[in-house]
Design a protein around this ligand. Structure first.
Ligand code: P5A
Length: 450
């Protein structure tokens, strides 16, 4: 992409309404624009990051064997009356009527709708196990929408639902989600810690939230510092293996880690004092096992091996896709702007032309741009006639992890400069060497087509 052709409405001033750093940088970098309280338009740069996050989520869900699908944002109230949640949800639910005076709602989550699909089509245990998921917009009329996309009213969620014959199988689905989530967050450059949590309006006893530690997080968390030393790494996990998935759950949940809702001071005090941590975190996902709560209320049964009808065991599993954009920025920035992890960066590398209009510099930039693009990389080429300082400030603000600087002086010696946004370190090299280096850096982070 050429910056002269792009829509990047960068703000010089810090917007007064933004209280936390991610919200400030998202507004300043022209990623989002508020449409009304807690509701945002995603401008091209922000939308690109959102799509990258979605793609990683899809890849990891497919790897775990889950089936992608899509359900509507508007639902009939009738299903929610069946489950008993129509009244429970209270003012968080946005309700409306259609022209026939029928009660409708904007989906805050989709347990009812998926259970209705299931009961309409599945009647035998032979069709189990089954896990389907979607990435779809949700609406919760939060009392206090704040911090930009972190607590929106409209937000993008990955929500997955598993259907199993037995509790044991459903717990395997739970563990499988835990493993796939660890890998998902890690690919986004995040450490998200599973913590025992409260199930709230979704229901059930078994639930973990995934928290990214950050001072600006909304949740207070209590944990054993040993948990932060665990790395998921590039493990070759067989998702169909109950033992392997269970072993990962054991490893990542055996130390004390709880949100304030489930915190137990006496248990916490058994952790050696030097390892006890009280901090704040951003909830980027939550997994639930709730057994037969919805299947019993809504008559979702299958015929078991003995011919008897039994309600299916279920769970649901969510990732805060739009919230993740903010969470990643909270975890990765400096005073000048965002520092995107390689896995989610909107463009892989910035090209800064120090002297737009200089024939040699222009030609070198064009060659770099074409060669990077041919390798499947996405460069953002600043071909504007802004002065060099302004170009660097914009690149730093929007957070591309790598920058290639091209100027007449370097070109005389046959070199360009490759700069790492995170460390600030620069190295001179030939344009060809810079292209190869960038291609090499991103090789493990190229999101394959779906
Ligand atoms: C699990 C999937 C559920 O709704 N039903 C379907 C279950 N879980 S949850 O924890 O309530 O939400 C899942 C994730 O969505 C994000 N989230 C939000 N993001 C931005 N703004 C909000 N107002 C908001 N509310 C929830 C969180 O990351 C949460 O973990």
């Amino acid at each position: 992409m050429r910056l002269s052709r792009y829509f990047l409405p960068v703000l010089k001033e810090t917007p007064a309404e933004a209280q936390i750093v991610s919200h400030r940088f998202m507004l300043r970098a022209g990623m989002i624009k508020q449409a009304s309280a807690g509701i945002y338009s995603w401008l091209p740069l922000g939308f690109k990051v959102l799509r990258k996050i979605e793609n990683i989520v899809h890849e990891e869900q497919l790897r775990a064997g889950h089936l992608p699908m899509l359900m509507p944002t508007l639902q009939s109230a009738d299903l929610w009356r069946e489950s008993g949640r129509y009244d429970d949800y209270g003012q968080e639910m946005l309700r409306m009527k259609d022209r026939h005076d029928r009660d409708m709602l904007f989906t805050p989550t989709a347990e009812e709708l998926i259970t209705d699909i299931f009961r309409g089509h599945v009647s035998s245990y032979r069709d189990l196990p089954l896990t389907m998921y979607q990435i779809q917009w949700k609406f919760r009329d939060e009392i206090r929408p704040r911090f930009g996309v972190m607590r929106g009213r409209e937000f993008l969620m990955k929500d997955g639902y598993n259907f199993d014959l037995t509790k044991e199988d459903a717990l395997h689905a739970y563990n499988r989600h835990l493993v796939s989530y660890l890998r998902t967050y890690e690919r986004m450059g995040l450490q998200a810690i599973p913590m025992r949590a409260d199930s709230g309006p979704i229901g059930g006893d078994d639930t973990h939230e995934f928290l990214v530690l950050a001072e600006t997080g909304e949740s207070e968390v209590f944990y054993d510092s040993e948990i932060t030393e665990l790395k998921f790494g590039d493990r070759d996990i067989d998702y169909t293996s109950k033992e392997q998935c269970h072993a990962v759950l054991e490893e990542f949940t055996s130390r004390y880690a709880r949100t304030d809702e489930t915190h137990d001071e006496a248990l916490f005090n058994q952790v050696p004092e030097a390892r006890r941590r009280v901090a704040r975190g951003i909830e980027v996902g939550q997994i639930f096992y709730f057994g037969t709560k919805y299947s019993e209320a809504m008559g979702a049964t299958v015929q078991g091996p003995d011919g008897k009808a039994v309600p299916v065991h279920m769970g649901s599993h969510g990732i805060g896709v739009s919230r993740l954009v903010g969470a990643i920025i909270e975890a990765s920035h400096d005073e000048r702007g965002i520092i995107w992890p390689e896995g989610v960066t909107p463009f892989h590398v910035g090209i800064v032309n120090l002297k737009t209009g200089d024939a040699e510099a222009d030609a070198a930039c064009e060659t770099l741009y074409a060669a990077l693009t041919a390798k499947g990389l996405e460069p953002l080429y600043d071909d504007t006639d802004e002065r060099a300082g302004g170009k660097f400030a914009t690149m730093d603000l929007i957070g591309l992890p790598w920058r290639i600087t091209v100027g007449p002086r370097g070109l005389k010696n046959g070199v360009v400069e490759l700069t790492c946004r995170r460390t600030g370190e620069s190295e001179e090299m030939s344009p060809e060497a810079a292209i190869d280096r960038v291609a090499q850096i991103f090789a493990p982070h190229m999101v394959r087509g779906l």
